[in-house]
Design a protein around this ligand. Structure first.
Ligand code: NAP
Ligand code: GDP
Length: 349
C-alpha cells in the first residue's frame, strides 16, 4: 500500500521491522523469524482493528503475519491472560489498539472504568512486550490527552502541559500514562515503544450506541431512527464545537506506515489537516444529507458540549508523508452511513 494514495499497491520496503529484536529476544518471541514478523493487533475486532484487517487482507504485506485479537482471545485487563496470549501468538511486534473507548457521555459517566481498564490493559501489554522481548510496540493515545487550556494548534510536545478537559479525565490521564510508560521502558530497557495520537476516528465497525458511542456513529444511529420513526433528529449540545475526523481506513494505512517506517519513539499525531476541522453542526448536516433525512433537526443545548476544540497539528506527519491523501469527509461519511444501513441488524449498537 502506497501511503500517499488510497488503495494503490504497497511499495514500502518489505524488511520485517523487528527481525533484529526477534533474533536477540528471549526464546518465547521466536515465532517471528528474520524473514517473518508476527504482528499481534490487540483491539483487532474494533473500528481501527477491522479497518487494518481489511487493508492487509486486500493487500498482503510481505514478511508480515497478522493476529487480530479481540476480547474473546484474552481479557487484556488480566495480566495472566495477556501472557498466555503472547505465548500462543509469539509476536515479534505489537500494535496495541485495544482500549475501553467511548464518546463524551460515556466518558462523563464511567470515568473510573475509563481510567482503570485502560491503565490495566496498557500496563499488562507493555510489560508483556518487555518480558517476551517484543521491542517494537505501537500504542494509541488520543487528542483527548492534550490540555484543555492551551494554545492552538496542539502538537506532540504539549501532552503533559496542563490538565485535560474534565469530561474525559479518566481516559485522558490513562492514555497520557502510555507516553510516560513508553519513555521509561525505552530508557531503562532500550526498547522502541512508541505511540500514535489520532484525532476522532469513524468508519465501519464503529460502536453505533446512541448513549455511549462517539458523535459520528451516535448521530448516524439517531438520524436513522428519526427517519424510521418520523421524529426530529436530536443533536446533543450546541453544534458549535469543532473536531478533526479521520476515516478508519486512512488511519489504518497510517498505522501500518507507523509500524513499519516510523523510527522515532516520541509520539506522532495522525490527523487530517487543520483546515479540515468541522463543527458538530457540519457533521449533523452531512449525516442528514447522506441519510436523505427530510425531518426537523434539533440541537439539545441542555446536553454537554464537552471540549470546544482540540485542533491538532499534523506538521510532523506531513514532514514524513507530504502527499498522503485523506478520503474526503463527505465520501467517508457516505460510505459509513451506507454500511450502517445495510448492516443495521448486526452492527455494534
Ligand atoms: P473500539 O472500536 O471500541 O474497539 C475496542 C477494541 O478493544 C475491541 O477490539 C475490543 O474487543 C477491545 N477490548 C476492549 N476491552 C478489552 C479487554 N478488556 N480485553 C481485550 N480486548 C478489549 O475502539 P477503536 O475506536 O478501534 O479504538 C482503537 C484505539 O484508538 C484505542 O486505543 C482508542 O483509545 C484509540 N482512539 C480511538 C478514537 C475514536 O474516535 N474511536 C480516537 C482516538 C484514539 P471486543 O470488541 O472483541 O470486545
Ligand atoms: P470527544 O471528541 O471526545 O468530545 O467525543 P465525541 O465523539 O463524543 O464528541 C462529542 C461532541 O459531539 C460534543 O460536542 C457533543 O456535544 C457532540 N454531540 C452531539 N450529539 C452527540 C451524540 O449523539 N453523541 C456524542 N457522543 N456526542 C454528540
Amino acid at each position: 500500500m502506497d501511503p500517499s494514495s488510497n488503495g494503490a499497491p504497497l511499495s514500502i520496503a518489505a524488511a520485517p521491522i523487528d527481525a533484529a529484536a526477534a533474533a536477540n529476544a528471549t526464546p518465547a518471541a521466536a515465532a517471528s523469524s528474520p524473514t517473518k514478523t508476527v504482528v499481534l493487533v490487540t483491539g483487532g475486532t474494533g473500528l481501527v482493528g477491522q479497518a487494518l484487517r481489511e487493508i492487509v487482507e486486500a493487500d498482503p504485506v510481505e514478511g508480515y503475519e497478522w493476529y487480530f485479537a479481540g476480547s474473546k482471545d484474552a481479557d487484556l485487563t488480566d495480566a495472566a491472560a495477556v501472557a498466555a496470549l503472547f505465548d500462543r501468538v509469539k509476536p515479534g511486534a505489537c500494535l496495541h489498539l485495544a482500549a475501553y473507548v467511548g464518546g463524551l457521555f460515556a466518558n462523563m459517566t464511567h470515568r473510573v472504568e475509563f481510567w482503570r481498564r485502560n491503565v490495566a490493559m496498557q500496563d499488562a501489554v507493555m510489560h508483556c512486550c518487555h518480558e517476551r522481548g517484543v521491542r517494537r510496540l505501537v500504542s494509541c493515545l488520543s487528542t483527548c490527552v492534550f490540555p484543555d487550556k492551551t494554545t492552538y494548534p496542539i502538537d506532540e510536545t504539549m501532552i503533559h502541559d496542563g490538565p485535560p478537559h474534565s469530561s474525559n479525565e479518566g481516559y485522558a490521564y490513562a492514555k497520557r500514562m502510555v507516553d510516560v510508560q513508553n519513555r521509561m521502558y525505552n530508557s531503562q530497557h532500550g526498547h522502541e515503544f512508541t505511540a500514535v495520537i489520532p484525532t476522532n476516528i469513524f468508519g465501519k465497525f464503529d460502536n453505533f450506541s446512541v448513549s455511549d458511542g462517539h458523535v459520528i456513529p451516535g448521530l448516524i444511529h439517531k438520524c436513522y431512527l428519526a427517519k424510521k420513526n418520523g421524529e426530529a433528529f436530536v443533536v446533543s449540545g450546541s453544534g458549535k464545537p469543532l473536531r478533526q475526523f479521520v476515516f478508519s481506513k486512512d488511519l489504518a494505512r497510517l498505522m501500518l506506515w507507523t509500524l513499519r517506517e516510523y523510527k522515532e519513539t516520541d509520539p506522532i499525531i495522525l490527523s487530517v489537516d487543520e483546515e479540515d476541522e468541522v463543527s458538530i453542526a457540519d457533521v449533523a448536516n452531512a449525516i442528514v444529507s447522506a441519510m436523505d433525512f427530510k425531518g426537523e433537526v434539533v440541537f439539545d443545548t441542555s446536553r454537554a458540549d464537552g471540549q470546544f476544540k482540540k485542533t491538532a497539528s499534523n506538521k510532523k506527519l506531513r514532514k514524513y508523508l507530504p502527499d498522503f491523501k485523506f478520503t474526503p469527509f463527505e465520501d467517508a461519511l457516505k460510505e459509513t452511513v451506507e454500511w450502517f444501513v445495510a448492516n443495521y441488524e448486526t452492527v455494534r449498537k
